[in-house]
Design a protein around this ligand. Structure first.
Ligand code: DGL
Length: 260
C-alpha cells in the first residue's frame, strides 16, 4: 500500500486528510504536525521555507513516503517550489481555492481568509489575476482562528462569537457587504466550519481545497482500495497539548502518536 506523508504546522492538515480518507480509504498515512515550529503564519518567508524543506528532507529520508502532501497553505504558497527542487519525491501542495470560489460567486466579491503570511503572498496575486480577474478579492489574515482551531480539536469550547471578529475582518472591508463566497485559505479553518457558518450574518459559501487535493493524490497514486489502515501522527515537540489531541487524532485513524 503506498504511504503518504501529510505535513502541517499543527492539526490543520486533518481537514485535508479527512477528504483524502473519504476518497481513498485504504491510504497508509503518516501525519506530521510541526508543533515545534507552530505557528507558520506569523513567521517570515525565509523561516517557513528553511524549516519546511529541512523537516521534509529529514523525514522523507527516514520514512521514504511515496508521496508528500503539504497540507498547509502557508508552507505551500511560500515553499512548494523550494521543496520540489530539493526533494526526490512527488509533492502535492495546498493553494488557496480562489478558482472554485470565483466559479461559484454570483456577486463577484470573494474573500480570502488565511494566515497573515499566506494572504500577503504573490501566489495569491497570481491566482486572483488568473482565475478571479473580474472579482473583487478581499483578504484577511488571522492567527487567532488558527489558535481557535487547535483549541477546538483539543476539546475546548469554541463558539460562533469567538470566530465572528475574524470573519468581520473581511465583511467590514469596503465591498464586504456584497461578499458571497469565502476561501478558507488555511487548512485549520475548515475545522471551524460550523462556527463560521453560525457566525455569518447572511448565507456565505465557504470553499476550501481539500477535495481537489484528495483527487490529485488519488490520481498520482492510482487505486488504493482496501480497508482503512491505522495511521501515525508525528509531532516535533512533546507537550501536554499533544496528549490532549489524542481523541481527535483517533477520529482520523491516527492511533499511534510519536515525537520525532
Ligand atoms: N494550517 C496552516 C495553513 O494552512 C497554517 C497555520 C499556522 O499558522 O501555522 O496555512
Amino acid at each position: 500500500m503506498p504511504t503518504v506523508l501529510v505535513l502541517d504546522s499543527g492539526i490543520g492538515g486533518l481537514s485535508v486528510l479527512d477528504d483524502m480518507l473519504a476518497l481513498i480509504p485504504g491510504l497508509a498515512v503518516t501525519y506530521v504536525a510541526d508543533n515545534a515550529g507552530f505557528p507558520y503564519g506569523t513567521k517570515t518567508e525565509m523561516e517557513v521555507a528553511t524549516r519546511v524543506c529541512a523537516l521534509l528532507g529529514r523525514l522523507s529520508e527516514r520514512l521514504r513516503p511515496d508521496l508528500i502532501v503539504i497540507a498547509c497553505n502557508t508552507a505551500s504558497t511560500i515553499a512548494l517550489g523550494h521543496a520540489r527542487a530539493v526533494l526526490d519525491v512527488g509533492i502535492v501542495g495546498t493553494v488557496p481555492a480562489i478558482k472554485p470560489a470565483a466559479e461559484r460567486s454570483r456577486s463577484r466579491v470573494i474573500g480570502v481568509l488565511g494566515t497573515q503570511a499566506t494572504v500577503r503572498q504573490p501566489y495569491v496575486d497570481r491566482l486572483s489575476a488568473e482565475f478571479a480577474a473580474d472579482c473583487t478579492v478581499l483578504r484577511h489574515g488571522s492567527s487567532r482562528l488558527v489558535e481557535l482551531a487547535e483549541a477546538h480539536l483539543r476539546g475546548e469550547p469554541v463558539s460562533a462569537a469567538d470566530v465572528a471578529p475574524e470573519l468581520a475582518g473581511l465583511l467590514d472591508q469596503p465591498g464586504g457587504d456584497a461578499m458571497d463566497t469565502v476561501v478558507l485559505a488555511c487548512t485549520h479553518f475548515p475545522l471551524l466550519l460550523d462556527q463560521l457558518v453560525a457566525a455569518s450574518p447572511r448565507r456565505l459559501a465557504f470553499v476550501d481545497g481539500g477535495a481537489g487535493i484528495a483527487r490529485r493524490v488519488r490520481h498520482l497514486l492510482g487505486p488504493c482500495d482496501g480497508a482503512a489502515l491505522p495511521g501515525t501522527a508525528l509531532f516535533t515537540r512533546a507537550s501536554a497539548q499533544v496528549d490532549a489531541l489524542a481523541p481527535a487524532l483517533q477520529r482520523y485513524g491516527l492511533t499511534t502518536i510519536a515525537i520525532v
